[in-house]
Write a protein that binds this ligand. Structure first.
Ligand SMILES: [Zn+2]
Length: 289
């Protein structure tokens, strides 16, 4: 009986070669996310190419600073259907990593699209604010944001754009006035006019625009692989389109330009076309990289 059993194992094993392969050392920032979150994936100490998918979304891996690990930044868009998604990662010569990621619905509060007397005097109406953003400003911006630079310009975690960070307006609030509403796709950070604004990571300045009715004076930095940071309502630019910036460079000064009820920095992050919670984005990259 025993001899037969060994023989059977000997025959079967070659067909299950995967079972003998080592598991890759893969770290995932969590297995549960909310809409607007950022998922970090790190593969430790692998020299060869790696591929992966979350559901139908391809993961875009790049090299870490020490050139040993692979990192992927995965955006969970605010409109992604809640549910379970298969996370499948393949590393050459290692066993496949097959896991499930849960995406939960995030309930964004409905707040007021404020129009102060001062703004009304300048001609701002709810209709004007919403239609200008949707039909003009976002169209100009999307021409830039829809470009996916095929390489990463970053190799270390992201940092915050201000020295003192005090959130005055949360990400995702649905700001409403009458029949007009618009979702707030960044965070508003307290900043008196003239506060230094730092690049949150290395990258290339790809959009510098003065005098947009809603966004004011704004700047966009491309970090590669479809990751962008956006800085709105500025008062001064220190770089121009095409310039390279390093993390922590003072790229601009904050202000109160465009549609604002007071001075602040509107800070936003886009990952391959999706606006993500920028606060959680920076925190996620700091926590696991
Ligand atoms: Zn804002």
């Amino acid at each position: 009986m025993l001899a037969v059993a060994f023989l059977t194992i000997g025959i079967i094993f070659p067909h299950h070669a995967d079972a003998k392969l080592l598991a890759p050392d893969i770290q995932i920032s969590s297995n549960t996310f909310s809409q607007g979150d950022t998922m970090m994936v790190v593969i430790k100490n692998e020299p060869a190419g790696v591929v992966g998918r979350l559901g139908a979304v391809k993961l875009r891996f790049f090299r870490n600073e020490d050139d040993k690990d692979w990192v992927a930044i995965v955006g969970i868009p605010v409109h992604k259907d809640p549910g379970n998604y298969r996370l499948l990662i393949r590393v050459a010569g290692k066993a496949a990593f097959d896991s499930s990621i849960a995406v939960k619905k995030r309930n964004f509060p409905i707040t007021v699209l404020a129009i102060t007397r001062e703004l009304a005097k300048k001609g701002y109406t709810a209709k004007k604010i919403v239609t200008t953003v949707q039909n003009d400003e976002n169209k100009q911006l999307n021409k830039v944001l829809n470009v996916i630079t095929p390489v990463s310009y970053v190799s270390k975690p992201f940092t915050y754009p201000l020295q003192m960070t005090n959130v005055m307006g949360e990400f995702g609030d649905i700001r409403k006035s009458g029949k007009y509403s618009i979702q707030h796709m960044g965070v508003d950070l307290q900043a008196p006019v003239g506060t230094p604004v730092y690049a949150i990571n290395d990258g290339k300045v790809v959009f510098v625009k003065k005098g947009l009715p809603d966004y004011g004076d704004m700047m966009v930095v491309d970090h590669g692989l479809g990751v962008y940071s956006l800085y709105l309502h500025l008062s001064q630019f220190n770089f121009k389109e095409g310039d390279w910036v390093n993390q922590q460079d003072t790229i601009a000064l904050s202000g109160a330009t465009g549609y604002v009820t007071g001075p602040h920095l509107h800070f936003a992050v886009k990952v391959r076309g999706s606006g993500l919670d920028p606060w959680k984005f920076v925190t996620a990259t700091k926590a696991l990289w």
